[in-house]
Ligand binder design. Structure first.
Ligand SMILES: [Zn+2]
Length: 658
C-alpha cells in the first residue's frame, strides 16, 4: 500500500509532457504539444498535450487522462504500478504502509504456489531429455513441426509415466504437501492415501501469466485409448483463474499492443505454430469456452480482435458465439475461417509467413459481412428466412455498448440490404432494452452474492436505487448529456447570475445556484442521471469532490488523476473545450461575458437534455408496448403522460406553439 500523502506527492510532481516525452516525440506549439498518437496508427498528429491542465487527449482514438493514466495505458500497468513507476522517475521515496498479517500470509501463499509451479515447469522440461521423453514427447512435438527453439521458448515438456516421479522430486526439494495439492499438480489417492502425480504420461504445455510466470499446465495424452481424457488441465488455484487466463498471452501481449490487433485461436498448437511462423499476436482460450474475463484481458492490449477458427461446423458455431461476447465488451471483431479442413496449426505449417499474412489480410471479414455471407446463403427466394437473418445481425449490433458505433453499423446494414434504418433501429432498441435488463439482473445477482458473503447486516439493507434509464441507440441523448457534463467540468463551481425577473432567480436572501447545483437539481430530480456509463461515472465522481468543497481546478485534476480510465478520458476530452462545440450552438461571442453566457445557455442545455431524455423514454415505452404480454393500459397511460411533459418542454424550447 502506498500512503495517500505519497500518492498525492507523486501526482503533483509528475509533469504530463515530461512523462509522455519519454516515449513519444513531442512537437511544441505555443504552450502546448502535439504528437502522433502512440495508441493508434496515424501520420498526422492528433494527440494533444496540455501541460497547463496536466492532461492529454487524442482526437483520433479518444484516449485521454493525466501522466499516471498515460503510463497505465502505454505500459499496461495497474494504477499502483504506474504510481510506482512515476515515483522512480521523479526520485520520490515510497515507504509502503504496513501490511496486515493476513496480507503477508496471502502474498506468501501465492508466492509458494508460484514457486511450486515454476519448479514443475522445469521438471517437465528436463524430462524431454530422458529416454521416454525423447522417444515419445520430443518425437511428437517434432512430428507437429515444432522446432527445438520453439519447444524451449514455450517451455514444453513431458510428464513421465509411473505416477510418482514429480511428487518424489518435489518432496525431495522440500515443497509442502499443501502447496503440491493446491496447485493441482498432485492428488491424494483414496486407495492408498498417498500423494501421486496428477499429470503423467502426457506432453505438457505450461500456461504463463500476463507477467510471464508459469501458473498452470495443459497436458495432452498421446494414447489413442478413448477411455483416457485427451486433455487434462490444472485446476483453479489462487494463482490460476481459468476464465482470466489465455494461452500465449505473455508471448503475444507486446505485439498485440504494437499491431493493435489480436488473433484468437482454439488450441495450444494453433498458438505455437502461428508464433513459430512469425505471427505472434495470437492467443488461445484453451481449456475453456471463451469468457468475459479473457476478453477483458485481451482488451488491456487492443480493442481489435480477429477470431481465427476452423471452417467446420463446430468452428463456425464457436465463432458466432464469440462475436456477440466480444461486441458486448466493446471490442471490434472480425472473423476468418481457415478453409479446406485445415486448422490454424496445419495451415501455418503448410504455408509461408507471407502466404498466411496475405490470406489473413484478404479473408478476414467484419462480423456483419461474416454473418451475412454465412447465414444468407440460399435465402434469395425465402424472404422470411432473410428477415430472420437480418434481425439476427441487428441483434449482434445491439450488443455494442457504444451508441455512435451502433449507429454506424445500422447505416452500414441498412445500405447493404436496402432496409430503412428506422426499421433496424426499432429492432435494435428492443434487443438493447433486453440486454440492459439482463445486465441489471446480473448486477443485482452479483451484489446479492457479494452481500451474502459478507457478515449479516444489522438491519435490512435499503433497496438499491434504480440506476439510470436504459441507454438505447440514442446519439441525441448522449450529446445532450455531454453538453451538460461539459458545462460542469468547465465551470461547475461558477454561480449562475439570474436576473431578478428570471423564473430561476432564487428568493430573497438565497444564494445564486452554481452551474453544478443547477444542473444536478434538473438531472436528478426524478432519481435518474446520465445514461452514458462513462458520463454517469464522471458526473458521480465530480459530485463527490464537489461535495467535499474542492475548487474547480482541484476537482478536474482529481478526475484526470483518478484510477478510473473512463472518467479520466471524459475529463480530458472535455478539457480541450476550446475545440469543443456545444450541440446547442451556444457559441460565445466576444461581447458576452462568461457568466452571462453560462446564465443563458445552461438552462437551455437542460431543456434540450430533458427533451432528449423524454423522447428516449417514449421510444422505450413504445418498444415495451410491442412485447408479448405487455401491460398495455399502464403503458399507454405512461406514454400519454410523457407526451404531455414532452410538449411542455418543446414549447419552452420554442419548437412548438403553446
Ligand atoms: Zn489516438
Amino acid at each position: 500500500m502506498i500512503p495517500q500523502e505519497t500518492v498525492q506527492k507523486i501526482l503533483d510532481t509528475a509533469r504530463v509532457e515530461e512523462v509522455i516525452g519519454d516515449f513519444v516525440t513531442l512537437r511544441r506549439r505555443g504552450a502546448e504539444f502535439w504528437a502522433c498518437c502512440p495508441f493508434h496508427n496515424e501520420k498526422t498528429p492528433s494527440f494533444h498535450i496540455m501541460p497547463a491542465k496536466g492532461s492529454y487527449y487524442c482526437f483520433g482514438c479518444h484516449k485521454g487522462g493525466s501522466a499516471v493514466g498515460f503510463v497505465m495505458d502505454y505500459e499496461h500497468m495497474s494504477y499502483v504500478e504506474a504510481l510506482r513507476y512515476l515515483a522512480r522517475k521523479y526520485h520520490i521515496e515510497v515507504v509502503e504502509s504496513e501490511e496486515t498479517a493476513e496480507d503477508i500470509a496471502s502474498r506468501q501463499r501465492s508466492e509458494s504456489l508460484m514457486l511450486v509451479s515454476e519448479f514443475a515447469g522445469g521438471f517437465f522440461r528436463e524430462q524431454l531429455a530422458t529416454t521416454e521423453g525423447r522417444s515419445i514427447a520430443l518425437a511428437y512435438f517434432h512430428s507437429r513441426g515444432l522446432e527445438d527453439a520453439t519447444i524451449e521458448k514455450y517451455g514444453l515438456g513431458w510428464a513421465p509415466s509411473g505416477r510418482s516421479a514429480f511428487t518424489e522430486a518435489a518432496r525431495k526439494k522440500g515443497f509442502k504437501e499443501e502447496y503440491l495439492l493446491d496447485t493441482g499438480l498432485c492428488a491424494r489417492y483414496e486407495a492408498d492415501g498417498q500423494l501421486h502425480d496428477r499429470f503423467y504420461e502426457r506432453v505438457v504445455f505450461p500456461i504463463h501469466s500476463v507477467s510471464g510466470r508459469v501458473i498452470a499446465f495443459g497436458a495432452r495424452t498421446l494414447r489413442s485409448d478413448k477411455t483416457v481424457a485427451k486433455y487434462v488441465n490444472s485446476k483453479e488455484s489462487d494463482i490460476y483463474v481459468k476464465n482470466k487466463s489465455l494461452y500465449g498471452i505473455w508471448f503475444a501481449k507486446n505485439e498485440m499492443a504494437r499491431k493493435n490487433k489480436c488473433y484468437l485461436v482454439e488450441g495450444y498448437l494453433d498458438v505455437l505454430s502461428m508464433h513459430q511462423l512469425g505471427i505472434t499476436n495470437v492467443v488461445a482460450s484453451s481449456g475453456t469456452a471463451l469468457t468475459e474475463g479473457q476478453i477483458r484481458l485481451i482488451r488491456r492490449f487492443t480493442e481489435n480482435v480477429t477470431i481465427m477458427y476452423d471452417g467446420d461446423a463446430a468452428g463456425i458455431h464457436a465463432a458466432l458465439r464469440g462475436i456477440d461476447m466480444f461486441l458486448r465488451e466493446g471490442l471490434n471483431v472480425k472473423v476468418v475461417l481457415i478453409p479446406d479442413g485445415d486448422d490454424p496449426d496445419s495451415y501455418a505449417r503448410k504455408h509461408t509467413l507471407e502466404e498466411v499474412e496475405a490470406f489473413l489480410a484478404s479473408s478476414e471479414k467484419d462480423f456483419v459481412d461474416f454473418k451475412a455471407s454465412l447465414l444468407l446463403e440460399g435465402t434469395e427466394r425465402d424472404p422470411l428466412r432473410r428477415a430472420e437473418v437480418i434481425n439476427d445481425i441487428a441483434d449482434s449490433i445491439a450488443q455494442i455498448p457504444d451508441a455512435v458505433k451502433r449507429t454506424v453499423y445500422v447505416d452500414f446494414l441498412s445500405h447493404k440490404f436496402d432496409i430503412r434504418p428506422s426499421a433496424l433501429e426499432e429492432r435494435l432498441g428492443r434487443t438493447r432494452s433486453k440486454i440492459i435488463e439482463e445486465e441489471r439482473r446480473n448486477a443485482r445477482r452479483d451484489a446479492q452474492a457479494q452481500a451474502a458473503q459478507q457478515e449479516p447486516p444489522a438491519s435490512a439493507p435499503a433497496g438499491a436505487p434504480e440506476t439510470a434509464p436504459a441507454a438505447g441507440a440514442d446519439p441525441l441523448l448522449e450529446s445532450a448529456e455531454r453538453d451538460l457534463l461539459n458545462f460542469i467540468l468547465a465551470d461547475g463551481t461558477e454561480p449562475l447570475l439570474f436576473a431578478s425577473d428570471s423564473e430561476f432567480c432564487p428568493g430573497d436572501g438565497e444564494e445564486m445556484p452554481t452551474v453544478f447545483d443547477f444542473i444536478a437539481s434538473a438531472v436528478e430530480d426524478d432519481g435518474a442521471a446520465f445514461t452514458h456509463p462513462a458520463y454517469e461515472k464522471a458526473y458521480r465522481a465530480y459530485a463527490q469532490f464537489y461535495d467535499e468543497g474542492l475548487s474547480q481546478e482541484e476537482i478536474v485534476k482529481r478526475l484526470l488523476d483518478g484510477e478510473d480510465r473512463a472518467v479520466a478520458a471524459v475529463a480530458a476530452a472535455l478539457s480541450v473545450e476550446e475545440r469543443y462545440t456545444l450541440t446547442i450552438s451556444g457559441l460565445r461571442n466576444a461581447m458576452m461575458s462568461r457568466s452571462s453566457w453560462l446564465t443563458k445557455y445552461v438552462p437551455k442545455a437542460i431543456l434540450v437534455f430533458q427533451e432528449a431524455r423524454l423522447e428516449h423514454r417514449l421510444a422505450q415505452l413504445r418498444g415495451e408496448l410491442a412485447a408479448d404480454g405487455a401491460p398495455v393500459e399502464t403503458l399507454l397511460q405512461q406514454i400519454k403522460d410523457m407526451q404531455q411533459m414532452l410538449r411542455k418542454v418543446k414549447v419552452r424550447l420554442g419548437r412548438e406553439k403553446e
